[in-house]
Design a protein around this ligand. Structure first.
Ligand code: GLN
Ligand code: ZN
Length: 783
């Protein structure tokens, strides 16, 4: 006799379309080429296909309202009418135009991130309506629009999207479980312009709107609603726990028959478990990929009537699961609770993985056999469900194939490189220490370079113009041969070097024209990385990235940047910085193998970068910059885990940067502005020079560096490259004056906030000319 099948849920699916259909539709609409109706039609088609695909793959708990035209947090702001006054909405349905103004601002050109990774907030500068602030969604590389709430904020329904999409699915024959971002997480993610205001205080006004939406869902026929409260994996205070109890108490009271699946993800419940279990909900979703160890304790404590959603398939990573091992792990909890009181699911929404592995026809066949993207993960869940529901025979072949792939991956020489493993074992502590302290190094570096006070430099990239992009894609398509492409790049580089010299910059860069992306460029030259053709995941809005897949031991078969550096240096007498991406950033912007700790994978990358650093030094590079744009992003969600992360991350940086002589100057660059809580780690990296983002905060963030007494050199960005605006000499001079109040003159470098690749030459030229003038003015004053 067979019991009923364990339900299979996805929690949420990628919305962008297998061929980035949503991006195309959005961007042509924004460009004024297509109507709103055409955009909405494409969106509806994508949803319909998405639902149909899930049904076909055996998903039985299909989500609705997981789709978004831009971002699910923005959708929530609009749903509850949290539309700041500047967008001009008063009441009623929020128009699509308003929605996009919140997402992108009214002036689109002011909206870009420095390198496509959007690792920091963007937003409009200058005239027009600015976009809402954007920030990372927990520890993912997805970015959401930060809700903006004020004391006395009124909430009212501004959109019925969840209800409309539930009905839309129903009309297509799909009974779905709508997904809502829970009110407590929503309030916790929000910010206020009023200092000291706790957005959680707005809960009483917000709850009725949620209840209203839930009531409409229930009366439309919804049996279950998924409420996402990922805040349950964070360090919470009592007020937040109380807010959770109040919220779910109120919902249960208002809608006693509606079943709530409370979804937690991105970590363990840990000290919030009691709170989660005290809530009057019908189901609880657990992330068992990030926190597998919580299964036993939750299963022991959760009442048997509570449906446990077992998030065992990794929703954050691309690896195929070992299904027989999972069956083995889950048998007990299924036996305990019965097939009707468990569900199978990815650890979190599948939003964070690419859509379909089958599209990757060019991927190495072995590597491909170790991977699963969103659709393959659905297949895995269906197999798991059959196996755990007493129908293991019907899926025996799939179970065996899964175990075979896991075994093959474990044994593969593509994954394991004996030379790398031997090298890892031979790493000693002194390899991660410069020979002498910064003070001693500065004594040999200063006379070597003879730089003026307040030396000027840039962060590395120069405008990636349409010409540069065109040449790159022509080369990639085989329409431009290697020689012609190299000649083109050499010419761009030469022109840029000459121009930097002409305007009087002190330390030059080659411009990075040969790089598609600061991580991909290195990943493509390292062994152990694979790349997809269609493996896009949403970074924010219509911006998608294709993260490299780090599947094996990392080695550097040959130098990666030395020839470009040598060429660039041959064009000038001024110092030319070698330009590298650091190991932590490469790691944090990749899908990382799950068979070794992240710290180990990072250390392997560090060794490869170390080789590059030493080769650059041998070739004559006297200054080498190692960018760690994503170091802060990797911080764990729980404070208690920060130290461990920072320890190994800093150690990896030191390992890659310390194999050089005292007179070689190591630079690093970080494009963000929050250093207060990680300043010890920044100090411990011991780079000779660090350039950081400061112009938007008017040097405020230098506080951290001053109170910590950061001893090395710092280039606080004086030119906000996130805006097309050209800063004046006076403005930058002001910023230099502010920096001089906080730092010693010998410490200060003058540079932009970040690389210039997203800017236009027309903006960059006058801005850098002004920057040099500002540095000269500061020098004149200092004497
Ligand atoms: N060197 C890189 C550039 O200039 C750094 C970019 C970054 O940190 N995001 O583009
Ligand atoms: Zn930067």
């Amino acid at each position: 006799m067979t019991s009923s099948l364990i339900p299979v849920a996805t929690l949420g699916t990628p919305r962008i379309g297998p061929r980035r259909e949503l991006k195309v539709a959005l961007e042509s609409h924004w460009a004024g080429e297509t109507s709103e109706a055409a955009l909405l039609e494409t969106a509806a088609k994508l949803r319909a296909e998405n639902w149909a695909r899930q049904k076909a793959r055996g998903v039985t708990v299909i989500p609705s309202n997981d789709f978004s035209l831009y971002d699910q947090v923005l959708d929530t702001s609009v749903m509850v009418g949290a539309v700041p006054g500047i967008y001009g909405w008063r009441s009623g349905k929020v128009p699509l135009e308003t929605y996009f103004a919140m997402a992108r601002g009214a002036r689109t050109e002011a909206q870009d991130a420095c390198c496509g990774h959007a690792h920091h907030a963007h937003g409009g500068a200058g005239a027009g309506v600015p976009a809402q602030e954007m920030t990372k969604w927990f520890d993912t590389n997805y970015h959401y629009m930060v809700p903006e709430l004020e004391p006395g904020q009124r909430f009212e329904i501004g959109a019925l999207k969840p209800v409309e999409e539930y009905r839309e699915a129903k009309a297509l024959g799909h009974e779905t479980r709508p997904v809502l971002l829970g009110p407590v997480t929503f309030l916790k993610l929000a910010k206020s312009r009023t200092p000291g205001f706790n957005t959680l205080d707005l809960l009483p006004g917000l709850l009725p709107v949620y209840v209203d939406i839930l009531r409409r869902l229930a009366s439309s026929g919804a049996q279950w609603v998924q409420m996402d409260e990922p805040c349950l994996v964070l360090d919470l205070d009592d007020a937040t726990r109380e807010a959770l109890r109040r919220t779910y108490g109120a919902i249960a009271l208002a809608l006693p028959n509606l079943k709530i699946m409370l979804a937690t993800y991105f970590g363990a419940l840990d000290d919030n478990l009691e709170t989660a279990l005290s809530l009057p909900v019908a189901g609880l979703h657990l992330d068992l990929a990030r926190a597998p160890e919580q299964l036993d304790v939750v299963a022991a404590k959760a009442p048997l009537g509570l449906v446990l959603s077992l998030g065992v398939i990794d929703g954050r990573n691309v690896w195929r699961a070992n299904l027989p091992a999972l069956v083995h792990r889950l048998e007990k909890v299924v036996a305990q609770r019965g097939t009707d009181h468990v569900q199978l699911a990815p650890s979190c929404s599948l939003l964070h993985v690419p859509i379909d592995l089958e599209q990757e026809t060019a991927l190495d066949a072995d590597v491909k056999s170790w991977l699963a993207f969103s659709l393959q993960k659905m297949d895995e869940l269906a197999v798991l469900s059959a196996a755990l529901s007493g129908q293991g025979e019907s899926v025996r072949a799939q179970l065996e194939a899964s175990a075979d792939a896991a075994a093959a991956r474990k044994a593969s020489t593509k994954v394991h490189n004996a030379a790398v493993e031997a090298r890892m074992a031979a790493v000693t502590a002194d390899m991660a220490r410069r020979k002498h302290s910064y003070a001693a190094r500065a004594k040999v570096q200063r006379p070597r370079f003879g730089l003026p006070a307040f030396p000027t430099t840039t962060i590395g990239s120069f405008p990636q113009t349409a010409d540069v992009r065109k040449a790159r894609s022509a080369h990639a398509r085989g329409q431009m041969d290697d020689a012609a492409y190299a000649a083109f790049l050499r010419e761009e580089t030469a022109r840029t070097v000459k121009w930097q010299e002409e305007i009087g910059l002190d330390v030059l860069v080659h411009g990075e024209f040969e790089r598609n992306d600061m991580v991909q460029y290195f990943g493509e030259q390292l062994s152990g990385f694979a790349f997809t053709r269609h493996g896009w995941v949403q970074s924010y809005g219509s911006r998608y990235v294709r993260p490299p897949i780090l599947f094996g031991d990392v080695a550097r078969p040959k130098p990666m940047t030395v020839e470009w550096w040598r060429y660039a240096q041959s064009l000038t007498q001024k110092p030319m910085k070698g330009m590298l991406t650091g190991p932590v950033t490469i790691l944090n912007w990749s899908f990382v193998r799950d068979d070794v700790p992240r710290s180990e994978a990072c250390k392997q990358i560090a060794l490869a970068i170390r080789d590059e650093v030493q080769d650059l030094e041998r070739a004559g590079a006297a200054m080498i910059q190692i960018d760690e744009a994503a170091l802060r992003e990797g911080l764990p969600l729980r404070r208690a885990q920060w130290k461990h992360y920072l320890d190994w991350a800093v150690e990896a940086f030191r390992l890659c940067s310390s194999g050089v002589a005292d007179e070689t100057q190591i630079h690093t660059h970080m494009c963000y502005s929050e250093f207060n809580d990680i300043i010890d780690a920044i100090g411990a990296m011991d780079a000779d020079v660090i350039s950081i983002e400061t112009s938007r905060s008017k040097m405020e963030l230098l506080e951290a560096f001053t109170s910590y007494k950061y001893p090395n050199e710092i280039g606080p960005g004086v030119y906000d490259i996130h805006s097309p605006r050209v800063p004046t000499v006076d403005e930058m001079d002001e910023l230099i004056i502010l920096a001089r109040k906080r730092l010693a003159d010998e410490q200060i470098w003058i540079n932009p906030d970040c690389g210039l690749k997203t800017r236009k030459w027309e903006e960059v030229r006058p801005a850098l000319v002004n920057m040099v003038a500002a540095a000269r003015a500061a020098r004149a004053r200092a004497h």
